[in-house]
Design a protein around this ligand. Structure first.
Ligand code: ADP
Ligand code: MG
Length: 330
């Protein structure tokens, strides 16, 4: 069998079956944004992400300083998605022989500034020769057990919310692919090169305890929503015209795509938070959006699993898009 047939997520599902874990202190193994291990009244959170040159980034577009920050921030986003606090990280690097020393030192300067901003410390790693740059970070964090939010808690009747706006990073990438660093507007390009994890918002959502499930939007709204729905064993509908779009996205999307919403629905790397909460908490969620100064938009509702997962277009038609988002091997 070819990996293209099962894709990244089909492969992970098989690995999960082969390697079924049984430790009683393991609260969450494979199948969420981070692994969760019970440590008394607290929980240890562990997550890892890999960035490979030519697959996740292109040296022509991203400078080493931004690359250092981004490598850390994509991991921080997974801790944000649990409502946890990031603490320590390890970094393993594969480095080509001819890479200038200044690249590595600038990379670490970005990493250091990113680590300072979110109060995490580098505690180790590994270094090896490699044909292309490979960056792997393993991030450790903590959280109160009762405050953590998993992909699996959504209930039928819950509302579905997303923070911020969607599609900016994917549109930024399209601009880079077409025009390189001369591409405009800078604001969209920057969203792709310098994402920002929603650590404070994630912690606030966890602390309030009204949310039922959460995930970060890293591969695309629809595919990440699908992960949340599958783990919760529910379905959902999303109203397309409620998808939050930035002013810049609205202004520039037509130069790059005929479909107004497609990139916002299936483009990756926004690192926003997607979560569910019972309808009785709508007022509290509006209050949190006001106090945190981050928009939170109600974009859909949770349905029984048998009703499936679909989008309602502006004209009321139900629609299931053929491509949900980014998946390796597909
Ligand atoms: P995210 O997009 O939040 O980083 P992923 O889709 O990468 O999550 O991973 C989903 C789940 O699968 C996570 O629990 C992750 O740790 C696990 N996972 C991914 N790749 C592997 C692998 N090669 N072996 C074991 N577990 C994996
Ligand atoms: Mg994630």
């Amino acid at each position: 069998m070819d990996l293209r047939e099962i894709g990244e997520f089909g492969l992970i599902a098989r690995i999960r079956k082969w390697m079924a874990a049984s430790d009683p202190y393991l609260i969450q193994g494979i199948g969420d944004d981070v692994a969760v291990i019970e440590m008394g009244s607290k929980a240890l959170l562990v997550t890892t992400d890999i960035l490979i040159e030519g697959i996740h980034f292109d040296r022509a577009w991203i400078d080493p300083y931004r690359l250092g920050k981004k490598s850390l921030f994509v991991n921080l986003s997974d801790i944000a998605a649990m409502g946890g606090t990031p603490k320590y990280f390890l970094i393993s690097l594969g480095i080509p022989k001819n890479l200038p020393f200044s690249f590595v030192s600038l990379f670490y300067r970005g990493l250091k500034d990113g680590a300072k901003k979110f109060q995490v410390d580098l505690i180790g790693g590994d270094t090896s020769l490699s044909k292309k740059i490979v960056i792997n970070i393993c991030l450790l964090g903590e959280g109160k057990k009762q405050n953590l939010l998993f992909r699996k808690g959504a209930r039928v009747g819950d509302d579905l919310y997303v923070s911020g706006t969607l599609g900016n990073a994917a549109l930024g990438l399209k601009i880079l692919q077409k025009k390189g660093l001369r591409g405009r507007p800078k604001g969209l390009v920057e969203k792709h090169l310098s994402p920002s994890p929603r650590i404070q918002l994630g912690k606030a959502i966890g602390k309030h305890r009204w949310a039922t499930a959460m995930i970060d939007v890293s591969d695309g709204l629809l595919i990440d929503a699908k992960h949340l729905l599958e783990e919760s064993k529910v379905g959902a509908r999303i109203w397309e015209d409620r998808i939050p779009l930035s002013g810049l996205y609205r202004k520039w999307i037509h130069s790059y795509s005929k479909d107004h919403y497609q990139l916002a629905l299936s483009g990756g790397e926004d690192y926003e938070l997607l979560f569910t909460a019972p309808i009785q908490t709508r007022g509290k969620i509006s209050a949190l959006a006001r106090s945190s100064k981050i928009s939170i938009t109600r974009i859909g509702e949770i349905l029984p699993q048998k009703e499936g997962f679909y989008i309602i277009k502006k004209d009321g038609k139900e629609y299931f898009p053929p491509r949900l988002g980014f998946e390796h091997f597909k």
